[in-house]
Design a protein around this ligand. Sequence first.
Ligand code: NAI
Ligand code: MG
Length: 365
Amino acid sequence: MANPSILILPGDGIGPEVMAEVKKIISWYGDKRELAFDVSEDLVGGAAYDVHGVPLADETMAKAQEVDAVLLGAVGGPKYDVLDFSVKPERGLLRLRKEMDLFANLRPAQCFDALADFSSLKKDVVAGLDIMIVRELTSGVYFGTPRGIFEENGERYGVNTQRYTESEIERVARSAFELAKRRGNKVCSMEKANVMESGILWREVVQRVHDEEYPEVELSHMYADNGAMQLVRWPKQFDVIVTDNLFGDILSDCAAMLTGSLGMLPSASLGAPMENGRPKAMYEPVHGSAPDIAGQGKANPIACILSFAMALRYSFDQGDEATRLEQAIEKVLADGVRTADLMGPEGGTPVSTAEMGDKIIAALD
Ligand code: NAI
Ligand code: MG
């Protein structure tokens, strides 16, 4: 059988720096665990613009459609701020998401014990936290029409439309239930069914998918504003949260910060299953290209490495190996190894991007 395939798109700024550490780890899996991947690499964002005049070449897009998983670093940088909107680095990312139809955005909020002091919440509220927010990514108010700024009776008004079809809700609900089955078997669906018709439909459809296809998973519903409160009050009550594009954007940023640094946050975007049963998938750290520290070896590679761990779990059915990798990271952090972004007020000497990668590999060994 052919090896599973990965397309690596390092991108700009610290993207290539953090991705270099992921490449080391991919090699380790091939050498030490007989888990070999067919890895190819290409350009995205400003790096692609410099060569092709577009932030994602058609050939790269075609490759992304064929592989089992795309790993992306980050795109953008001050050099490209002057470009026209249509060729900005971020458009490369949007094109990938749109053409691969990646409708389910998975944002875990996981607290490594060694970093529990980093949270703005009390240690016992976040220690051991492990929740997953599933945000609908390709529809809702960011895409609905009519939209625009119009004028009536000499006054301007702005319009956006929250629109969800039943099938759009069904497929993201299924993603959430499937995830829950592999985790804590619990889904909380969030909307505002009290004030929005799209929320009424959302609640109804999620309940129906549950009753017909996943009766064994525990399902609850919550108004999204209460959900925001509960996330901060007692986040450990949740396992999987499923919500729409707008609420998910806000709730996932809020949940992410329960656990500390941007340099620690991975994400996955999943689409429909391909012929081989694997979902279309792209994995990427939540952070951007960090131009302020790019080229200095200061970037924390853990967000990108954890994104690869998600790929192991959700694209390659290697949940045990994903856990092993997460445990290696946990151990390195417990040993006090820190990149600069993880230094507390007590100070100390930070390690470089490459040293962090090496320590994680040593812990894997
Ligand atoms: P950013 O995430 O790049 O950086 C925000 C702050 O966090 C900076 O101080 C940075 O040094 C720090 N930081 C980020 N990742 C880090 C890591 N792995 N290790 C240590 N420190 C880290 O967001 P910012 O500054 O708003 O945007 C910079 C550029 O990145 C812009 O061009 C923006 O458009 C782009 N961007 C790209 C994203 C993507 O590719 N998915 C997401 C967000 C921004
Ligand atoms: Mg956001």
